[in-house]
Design a protein around this ligand. Structure first.
Ligand SMILES: [Zn+2]
Ligand SMILES: [Zn+2]
Length: 149
């Protein structure tokens, strides 16, 4: 994705600073990985990727960084799989689709619920929106033309 979420050290630096996070090497690296990947990564996947560049980093450090990023709203946590969270650097509200066959998770760019524009619903303040869809993705449908799920 171009623009706000484009992949560069400068962009990561700017985003971390804007969210009041001191940009240490390790934090920058974790954020860069999230910016670089078009897909949604689990904490373990992020750790495996950071380790390539920073062999001394521990999984606990990566989890601590992700917790901080969550608190400061620098990452979006997606619980579409219930048993394991995924993370992404895209933080504007959007929905997700999980394919039951290939297990891919991807962004759905439909207009979010209209209540989001006013940020309130029946007098309650909305702070977060997560919309999850489950089914068969386009690619898997093409492979199995004869038996749509
Ligand atoms: Zn699929
Ligand atoms: Zn997403």
């Amino acid at each position: 994705m171009k623009g706000v979420y484009s992949y560069s050290m400068d962009n990561s630096l700017r985003i971390l600073k804007e969210h009041d996070i001191r940009p240490t090497q390790q934090r920058l690296e974790v954020h860069l990985i999230l910016l670089k990947q078009a897909k949604h990564l689990t904490a373990e996947e992020i750790y495996e990727k950071v380790k390539v560049k920073m062999p001394a980093i521990s999984p606990a450090t990566v989890y601590t960084i992700l917790d901080l990023f969550k608190q400061k709203h620098v990452v979006n946590e997606i619980r579409i799989q219930f048993d394991k969270s995924c993370f992404e650097a895209r933080i504007d509200p959007h929905h997700h689709f999980l394919c039951k066959h290939c297990r891919n998770i991807f962004d759905i760019n439909i207009k979010p619920c209209p209540a989001l524009e006013t940020r309130t619903i029946e007098g309650n303040l909305i702070e977060e929106l997560q919309g999850y869809f489950y089914g068969t993705c386009r690619k898997c449908l093409e492979k199995n033309d004869d038996k749509p799920v």
